[in-house]
Design a protein around this ligand. Structure first.
Ligand code: NAD
Length: 198
């Protein structure tokens, strides 16, 4: 398997490098063929962080069917693929998805409507108590190094945790899932290339 550790230095064309990876070994799922297959709901290598979020929900038997999922962030790495996964058919899909980004107006009121909030914007402690509905599930993808030298998520864990039904910590929540899914994708890619299915 290949991963391209992004971001690349400015003088290197990121897309050219991603396109050069054999899509069958693209264990980060960033190649256009995998992106296309994901949007069609066909078997593919799914980006590791979004896949890890889905696995977390599956592990805790949390169905997203009919739920309102609000995704904060529209990056190709997290926001867009996680939204695609929640739209797919299945126990961790079938959701109604809203994607918020830097140009979205009144994010707080949209967040308050969410049964599930996925924060992936890269702004420390952005999601506060008043943005979370009582009992909502809060998944914090953000990893930000604060001025205090410590790691902070995009969610104020102490505040939002008072209202959330479930909440993921940073560090120790989505991050380790990403690494595990990268390994799983590598095994899946190898199996597929040798004509086996897991
Ligand atoms: P990115 O910078 O590519 O995208 C950030 C997104 O947030 C953009 O779509 C932007 O529109 C949106 N945004 C920025 N400011 C906003 C605002 N004020 N209000 C609403 N939306 C705003 O980032 P990324 O690569 O998607 O990563 C997001 C965060 O997740 C970062 O903290 C990153 O370190 C972390 N991350 C964690 C993992 C993991 O394994 N846990 C994996 C990838 C990224």
């Amino acid at each position: 398997g290949f991963i391209v550790q992004l971001p690349l230095p400015k003088h290197i064309d990121e897309q050219a490098v991603i396109h050069a990876v054999d899509y069958r070994k693209d264990v980060d799922g960033f190649h256009p063929i995998n992106v296309g297959l994901l949007s069609l709901g066909e078997p593919c290598l799914v980006p590791a962080t979004p896949k890890g979020v889905i696995e977390l929900l599956k592990h805790y038997n949390i169905s997203t069917e009919g739920k309102h999922v609000v995704v904060l962030g529209r990056s190709n790495i997290v926001g867009k693929p996680i939204a695609q996964l929640f739209l797919q058919k299945g126990a961790q899909g079938n959701a109604t998805v809203t994607i918020c980004h830097s140009r979205t107006k009144d994010i707080a009121s949209i967040c308050r409507q969410a049964d599930i909030v996925v924060a992936a914007i890269g702004i420390p402690l952005f999601v506060k108590k008043e943005m979370v509905k009582e009992g909502a599930i809060v998944i914090d993808v953000g990893i930000n190094r604060g001025a205090d030298g410590k790691l902070h998520g995009d969610v104020n864990f102490a505040e939002a945790g008072e209202k959330a039904g479930y909440i993921t910590p940073v560090p120790g929540g989505v991050g380790p899932m990403t690494r595990a899914m990268l390994m799983l994708n590598t095994v899946e890619a190898a199996a597929r290339q040798s004509g086996k299915t897991l």
